[in-house]
Design a protein around this ligand. Structure first.
Ligand code: SF4
Length: 259
């Protein structure tokens, strides 16, 4: 289906983040072409067209870079998550370059940036990432090696991109999730592939949001999966944490030293 592009002007670029590990979030786009079947973001998307036609309508925040240039001078420095609601390197980014522009502005003004994506398009910006490597980390979501339930670039291409970033000395991580009973709970292949790269895994289970057709696993199921992931990580010698663990706070402490 043809993507419909909408253009809007915004009054702010950085939002206060509700995530413990981030101070701000920045989303250059609304809507996401990758259209994962487990995506909860439509519930948090203000644009009704993008929310109701997830993956078919993408909203471009035309003036976000101008606003961001003002905000980086006025706001307290901190860690910015790019993006928290849509993928910052979905196909429109190749043309509009709002993620690239945001990275450049934030990093050159002393902010830290944590990127999360499913796209190797992030490699296009490796020049900026290398220049500011002490203030950047890049995470790739890999839910399964088959890329089940997603229209995103193949997981194999994400592994290749991770490898390249890691070789350049850029901090990377893998988000293994959301883990959905009977769909994405075959975790060994992901852990085995990730073990070949110098990176770490953060994992989490699926959480139900309105409009999704999957159910959350019960606590016994999750305890079994968690134990399995931890023992596989041990077997393959990969650093591995459940998302809610205290390492996030350690990370914050570590990076505050750099501010
Ligand atoms: S890449 Fe992320 S934001 Fe985009 S559809 Fe998938 S889960 Fe949603």
């Amino acid at each position: 289906m043809v993507t419909m592009i909408k253009h809007i002007r915004v009054k702010s670029a950085l939002s206060k983040s509700g995530l413990k590990e981030l101070d701000y979030s920045l989303n250059p786009y609304m809507g996401c072409k990758f259209k994962c079947q487990y995506c909860y973001a439509p519930n948090f998307t203000r644009d009704v067209d993008a929310s109701k036609n997830w993956g078919e309508v993408i909203v471009i925040k035309d003036n976000i870079l101008d606003i961001l240039k003002e905000e980086v001078l006025a706001k307290k420095k901190g860690t910015v998550g790019i993006s928290t609601i849509t993928d910052p390197y979905q196909p429109v980014e190749a043309e509009y370059k709002l993620t690239r522009g945001s990275l450049d502005i934030l990093l050159s003004h002393g902010f830290r940036v944590s990127i999360q994506t499913k796209s190797p398009l992030v490699l296009r910006d490796i020049d900026i990432l290398k220049k500011f490597k002490e203030k950047v980390d890049v995470g790739f979501t890999i839910t399964s090696m088959e890329g089940k339930l997603e229209n995103a670039p193949l997981p194999r291409s994400r592994i290749t991109a991770l490898e390249k970033l890691s070789e350049e000395g850029i901090e990377t991580w893998v988000f293994l999730g959301p883990i959905i009973p009977n769909f994405t709970d075959n975790v060994e292949e992901v852990i085995r592939e990730v073990s070949k790269i110098k990176t770490r895994i953060v994992f989490d289970k699926f959480r139900y949001y309105k409009g999704l057709n999957f159910s959350e696993g019960n606590s016994v199921w999750w305890e079994n999966i968690r134990d399995r992931i931890l023992s596989l990580c041990k077997k393959y010698n990969v650093e591995c944490h459940e998302e809610s663990e205290d390492w996030i706070f350690e990370k914050r402490r570590k990076y505050k030293i750099l501010w």
